[in-house]
Design a protein around this ligand. Sequence first.
Ligand code: ADE
Length: 240
Amino acid sequence: MNEVQTIAVISAMREELAPLKQRLNIEEEGIKGGFLLSIAHFEGLRVILAVSGVGKANAAACMQQVITLYRPSEVINIGAAGSLNDRLQVGAMVLVSESLYHDVDCTGVGEAPNTLPRIPRVIPSDSGLIQQLSQVAANLDLSCHTGRIATGDTFVSDGERRKSIRKQTDAELVEMETAAFAQIAYLNGIPFVSVRSVSDNADGEAEISFETFLAETSERNARLLDTYLSVQAQQLQPVS
Ligand code: ADE
């Protein structure tokens, strides 16, 4: 028997995953290793939805749990992010082309800034996934950008911090999980990409903006993912 194709979609918060979950028919759900995991079948495709919790340690542990349990052929992260670039406004959707940590410093032991030993400073996302998701977004008339994201264990809500992260990393967005997801995917050799929609500008208004726009950004991400999953499922159907 052929192994079923599995795609995992992972978010830090339940709210970020909720609109996609509502669109799927969840058949099984439970907490494993502390993480809420839900399973749906989308035509011939198995879809794993995982909620990691916020921050790098949660992201890494959940990603490894999902990979170990289900061996997905790809993992996609969806969520919100703060914008570091004045040209990316609230609501903008970004396919993350690469990620790095803004709060890692091993320069004292000879590493480049923002770099962990034996891990690339900047971890590229899977180019095939970016291409396929861009195509789906274009077909849906969803405007979307590509760009670099900076990850750290801080909710950035201060204009000076925003500027300094932008200067140090040259990233378009900031959030709290993507580089950790990407690092674990990289170590396991699993294709990975993150889709992040801007909920705030990582400045003094960030908290209120995040709370106001989280649901809207999650809805937009879900539209893209729902169609993407359906395209993937159709491609699995045998041609007669
Ligand atoms: N996720 C969404 N907005 C964020 C911000 N301003 N800082 C960190 N993570 C975020």
